[in-house]
Design a protein around this ligand. Structure first.
Ligand SMILES: [Zn+2]
Length: 113
């Protein structure tokens, strides 16, 4: 096991590990030993039309009329979509659109609310 890092708040060298947490006995700060780096890089890789990073659970609006493949429906500009899920691929947003159903969208055609 590696040496616990110094406390990020007070730089104490007496921090110790308790399961998945580090605890500083001097200032009482607790922080997770699990590095959130993976999540962070994933979040920043998918951006909306304005370049804002998107994350799971975000609410977005559609910035362009989008034809629904295999039907005559159109997702109109300004359609609000709640609780998106980021996925891999060309269409990188998985979501449910009211009145249409499960859809995949491209992040370049949406805007974070
Ligand atoms: Zn501390």
């Amino acid at each position: 096991m590696s040496q616990p890092p110094n406390c990020p708040l007070c730089s104490s060298t007496y921090a110790y590990q308790d399961r998945s947490l580090f605890i500083c006995p001097e200032c009482g700060h607790e922080w997770s030993s699990e590095q959130p780096a993976e999540t962070a890089s994933q979040e920043s890789s998918i951006r909306d039309a304005n370049g804002n990073p998107l994350a799971d659970g975000d609410t977005i609006t559609v910035t362009k009329n989008l034809k629904v493949k295999g039907s005559s429906s159109v997702i109109k500009v300004g359609t609000k979509v709640k609780n998106i899920r980021l996925v891999e691929g060309d269409h990188d947003i998985d979501c449910k659109i009211p009145g249409i159903g499960a859809m995949k969208l491209k992040s370049q055609f949406v805007k974070k609310v």
